[in-house]
Design a binder for this molecule. Structure first.
Ligand SMILES: [Zn+2]
Length: 367
């Protein structure tokens, strides 16, 4: 309640929670002893004891978050408010579970040393990875990028690091972070969309990340934008990701304008003034916007947050995305629907993963 509402007095906690005054006193005393809650004096005293508010002490513990990629590991150490205190990145010679666990374990030690944090202040570790994840069991069921099947990665990390480890699909981790600390704080129904290397979505329904029956909900990038269309990395054809992700844009640009020799997204954006490239960005944005309209029609979110490296794709892409979304959303569902572009830093994915550990610390039903 203190996390959600900000500082409250004991009386307010009692009123909001429905617990007895005695129960509040006991619970608060334990939390203060643990260092997780602190008292703050407010206003001037009118004689007698000054009124006290209780607040979460966000610096009482730390969390470490990892983003696991095909060639490296990104890691941050945060406090309990998700504020990043250090960020490091290491290359991975391979993505075998063994290598990942060994590297993550030594990076955790390095982060704790760098921030001068005793090991017993580490509340937990979170890891985000792309793929289908069984969050409850801590198993990566399948990841095409990592070529993993049924890897119990959370347990392996727990054995190596010695604190609770939570893993999740990286877009769901981003959604959990938005719900905890971001624009989604006050939204119960929220779609978080990532654009970049791939395209994905994390859905928050009734305040919790919605995963579906097998952890596969929100695979927006593999919804169909073109029947029998371009080949997708997933093995099927016509997926949105095969048209509108950054790698897809680069390969489409090479087909459209081979003489420009565009091999990276940065080079492509430098040629955004070229009519063919502008048309390509417009087309890709329209496809994502149309997919989002379908998502809105199925799910009726109150807010859409877009993040990922792809937020750099610029006004043509996102202008066209917004137009297509309004055009195809059913009967006013998109009329007062904020579509927010999140500024994206190198540490954003890992910070999302740290929030998995933080929500577990607070025992929040985000996940
Ligand atoms: Zn696909």
């Amino acid at each position: 309640m203190l996390l959600r509402n900000g500082p409250l007095s004991r009386v307010q906690l009692k009123d909001h929670s429905g617990l007895s005054g005695a129960a509040i006193t006991t619970v608060v005393a334990e939390l203060i002893e643990d260092g997780l809650v602190e008292e703050q004096a407010i206003g001037a005293s009118t004689g007698g004891r000054p009124p006290m508010l209780l607040a979460v002490n966000y610096s009482a513990r730390t969390a470490v978050g990892f983003k696991l990629m095909e060639r490296g590991l990104d890691a941050v150490l945060t406090d309990l408010s998700g504020e990043v205190r250090a960020h490091i990145r290491r290359d991975l010679p391979d993505t075998s579970p063994d290598t990942v666990v060994r590297t993550a374990s030594s990076m955790t030690t390095e982060l704790l040393q760098q921030c001068d944090v005793p090991a017993d202040r580490l509340a937990g570790v979170g890891m985000g990875l792309s793929g289908v994840i069984d969050v409850g069991a801590g198993i990566c069921v399948h990841s095409a990028y990592l070529r993993w099947r049924n890897v119990p990665i959370a347990m392996l990390l727990e054995q190596a690091i010695g604190v609770p480890v939570t893993i999740d699909n990286d877009v769901n981790a981003f959604a959990a972070a938005e719900r905890l600390f971001g624009h989604g704080r006050h939204a119960l129904h929220l779609a978080v969309v990532s654009v970049g290397r791939g395209i994905g979505s994390g859905l928050v329904a009734n305040g919790r990340v919605y995963r579906g029956a097998h952890g596969g909900a929100g695979e927006l990038g593999h919804t169909v934008t073109e029947r029998r269309g371009r080949q997708c990395d997933c093995g099927k054809r016509g997926c949105l990701e095969a048209y509108a992700s950054e790698p897809a844009l680069v390969s489409r640009a090479q087909e459209l304008a081979p003489e420009l020799e565009l091999t990276t997204i940065e080079a492509l954006l430098n040629h955004a003034g070229d009519a063919r490239i502008a048309a390509l960005l417009d087309d890709a944005g329209e496809r994502v916007g149309t997919a989002l309209a379908n998502l809105v029609n199925l799910f009726n979110p109150e807010l859409i947050v877009i993040g990922g490296e792809g937020v750099r794709l610029g006004d043509v892409y996102f202008g066209s995305l917004r137009r297509a979304l309004r055009e195809h959303a059913f009967d006013g569902l998109a009329e007062n629907l904020p579509v927010l572009l999140e500024p994206w830093g190198d540490d954003a994915w890992a910070r999302g993963a740290a929030s998995l550990a933080i929500s577990r610390t607070f025992d929040l039903e985000v996940n």
